[in-house]
Design a protein around this ligand. Structure first.
Ligand SMILES: [Zn+2]
Length: 473
């Protein structure tokens, strides 16, 4: 009570003498227990002490409460029965203890050194639950850890429901809950999870709404007419208030873009509705949630779905390779073949195409000599040479450009899971296996791969005949 009266007196002094601020006022109780109460959390104490400690903490600076040993306290003197003559001459009563006016005044507000639990046990409340102060950094870590437990949304909600149940059972042991998680517990867990994520991602928007201001024009949510519902969840106000849609469709819950919770919810809907496409998935999700940048997020989820990849495999492409020397060097047909000719001369297609035996001597270059100086055979030879010149000038240069397979693709790695193209089978029946070896071309790009099937067989395939499965996660 003495501490409370002091706190009220200090408040009165500050109101009466404006030049006195809380910085100028210090308190010196001689009760360590009182000091312990004032320095502690008011919720720890029973109602009588709690209310008084709370008032003291509101009215005064908690750091200005210091311990004064009983022997030096002038307040004690009035309770010991001093005569008026002694009191008049008592220096401590009139001027306070010596240490109070000392130049080296030491402050000691850590009263708990000589306090033990039995001293404060009478005033401790039985239902005290410690309040943990969580910084923003800890909070984000906590949510990230929570979301990393599993990527199964329903399982995550179930886990959080059990955590909440455990907490409630500890607080109220007289009404413990048992058995499977109930619908209302799931709703509570889901709301809490979404609220935590929204508070992290839409901090400015929530702050503006709580202050009664509109959302900033720079916010991604400015076009959604968002509001905070009775559960503290950010929802889309939208323009469908008067429609006959259900309340979730009219006011879906806002989800941040590129967030693990959003991804998990999209994956949950994608699987629940049997691997929907992006547009249909977005439609289904918007029955309850409004993911920001929704279509992009839906496409990302579908791109990473193995079931979808197996049903619609995208074959690997590879940049076009350099043409071999034989294809870019002027030459006659059949000059480069796998066939060996015998010694005796036979009539071969070469005779018709190049006008000479296939092993005949190559004619000298005649393109610079006037035709009037040439024999008939030389004219034919000159014409043939001019054809090759045109081929070299007009056709060969066209091969420079890549018409397809324009990019280097080296996604294939040893160990990558792939589907193997087989045009005689439907896509769902294509074999799958892991790449066991890579073969590079002269340009150092992967051209051929060995694939090990589950039964141990190894197949060699062109890299363009395999479809890589999205197994990064
Ligand atoms: Zn899918």
């Amino acid at each position: 009570m003495g501490a409370l009266v002091s706190a009220r007196l200090a408040e009165y002094l500050q109101k009466t003498f404006p030049w006195i601020t809380s910085d100028h006022i210090f308190f010196w109780p001689d009760s360590q227990i009182t000091l312990y109460w004032i320095n502690g959390d008011p919720l720890r104490w029973k109602v009588f002490v709690r209310n008084r400690v709370r008032e003291i903490q509101e009215k005064t600076n908690r750091g200005h409460w210091n311990y004064c040993r009983g022997k030096t306290s002038p307040a004690d003197k009035s309770t010991r029965g001093l005569s008026i003559h002694v009191l008049v001459q008592d220096d401590v009563w009139w001027h306070g203890p010596d240490w109070l006016t000392s130049q080296n005044l030491s402050f000691n507000n850590s009263a708990d050194s000589e306090i033990n639990e039995t001293d404060i046990a009478d005033e401790l409340t039985k239902n005290y639950v410690p309040v943990m102060t969580v910084t923003e950094h800890c909070r984000n870590d906590f949510i990230d850890n929570l979301l990393s437990i599993t990527n199964d949304y329903t399982k995550l909600i179930r886990i959080i429901s059990y955590v909440f149940r455990f907490t409630a059972n500890c607080r109220f042991p007289e009404s413990k809950k048992f058995g499977p998680v109930k619908a209302d517990e799931r709703v509570c867990a889901e709301n809490s999870l979404i609220r935590m994520v929204q508070e992290g991602k839409f901090r400015e928007e929530i702050r503006d709404l709580k202050r009664g201001k509109g959302v900033s024009n720079k916010s991604k949510l400015s076009s959604l007419n968002i509001f905070i519902d009775e559960n503290g969840i950010l929802k889309v106000g939208g323009r469908l208030k008067h429609s006959k849609l259900n309340v979730y469709s009219k006011h879906p819950i806002v989800l941040p873009t590129n967030h693990i919770l959003t991804t998990n919810i999209l994956v949950y809907y994608h699987k629940k509705y049997l691997h929907l496409g992006a547009q249909a998935l977005l439609y289904q999700v918007r029955q309850k949630f409004w993911p920001i940048n929704g279509k992009h997020n839906c496409k990302k989820v579908i791109f990473k779905c193995i079931t979808c990849a197996k049903n619609k495999p995208v074959l690997t492409s590879q940049i076009m390779g350099d043409l071999p020397t034989d294809r870019v060097t002027p030459n006659h047909v059949f000059n480069v073949t796998g066939i060996e000719f015998d010694d005796f001369e036979t009539l071969s297609p070469g005779h018709f195409l190049i006008g000479r035996p296939i092993n005949g001597i190559v004619e000298p270059l005649l393109s610079e000599i006037k035709e009037t100086r040439l024999s008939k055979w030389q004219k034919i030879t000159k014409f043939s040479q001019s054809v090759w010149k045109v081929w070299k000038r007009d056709y060969l240069c066209n091969l420079q450009q890549w018409y397809k397979w324009k990019f280097k693709v080296n996604d294939a790695k040893v160990g990558t899971l792939v589907l193997i193209k087989n045009e005689n089978l439907p896509r769902t029946k294509w074999l799958w296996g892991r790449i066991s070896e890579l073969f590079h071309g002269k340009d150092n790009q992967i051209r051929v791969v060995n694939i090990k099937l589950p039964n141990g067989t190894v197949l060699k395939r062109n890299v363009r005949d395999v479809a890589i499965l999205p197994t990064e996660n």
